[in-house]
Design a protein around this ligand. Structure first.
Ligand SMILES: [Zn+2]
Length: 196
């Protein structure tokens, strides 16, 4: 094998940089294996876990952190298209006191990722202005992809589409206390139970 620069913990790497061979390390996050060789798939800092013999590439965080796959995020629906709802991310739940993220960061919820059952129209699941709680399923490409599958995921706050009053949950429907309008959403079990 040809001699290549030996990668050390903390090295900065770019996508495509050679990191080592599969006999040395297990590929962790930000690392791909190709014919037994390991390469960075993102720019960042090399992190070697000597106990697990795992090498990963951690994004350099001088910019607001990017949500990672599996993170639970909260965001506001800004557009509902036939195939996807577009969400502006507000925060990442859980880690380090709910990290703030770039408010301009957009994410998509594809129609296939809304819920387990069939979605006839995305407008029955989300409306502009809704606050949703969702899981990150992909962050490799922009926009980040989210899923609201699961009882705890989905809309956590919604306004009446007629009069903009906050809607109240009644079973699996939402009712406007002001004008009586009945609406549907892909609801989270946390509907109106989380700060928005
Ligand atoms: Zn209303």
């Amino acid at each position: 094998m040809d001699e290549r620069k030996r990668i050390k913990d903390g090295d900065l790497v770019l996508p495509g940089d050679y990191l080592g061979v599969i006999e040395e390390y297990f590929p962790g996050e930000g690392v791909k294996e190709e014919n037994g060789e390991l390469y960075a798939i993102r720019a960042g800092r090399v992190s070697i876990d000597p106990n697990r013999m795992e090498i990963s590439v951690e994004p350099v965080t001088d910019t607001p952190p990017l949500p990672e796959v599996g993170d639970i995020v909260v965001g506001r629906v800004i557009e509902v298209k036939p195939q996807a709802a577009i969400v502006q991310l507000v925060r990442i739940e859980g880690r380090e006191n709910e990290r703030e993220i770039a408010t301009s960061k957009l994410a998509g919820i594809h129609v296939s990722q809304v819920k387990g059952g069939y979605v006839e129209s995305l407008l029955n699941e989300f409306r502009i202005g809704d606050i949703v709680r969702a899981r990150v399923v992909s962050n490799e490409k922009s926009p980040i992809q989210l899923s609201t599958k699961g009882a705890d995921l989905g809309v956590i706050y919604a306004l009446c589409t007629r009069c903009r009053s906050p809607l109240i949950r009644r079973g699996d429907k939402l009712i406007c206390p002001k004008c009586g309008h009945v609406e549907t959403r892909k609801l989270s079990s946390f509907y109106r139970k989380l700060k928005v």
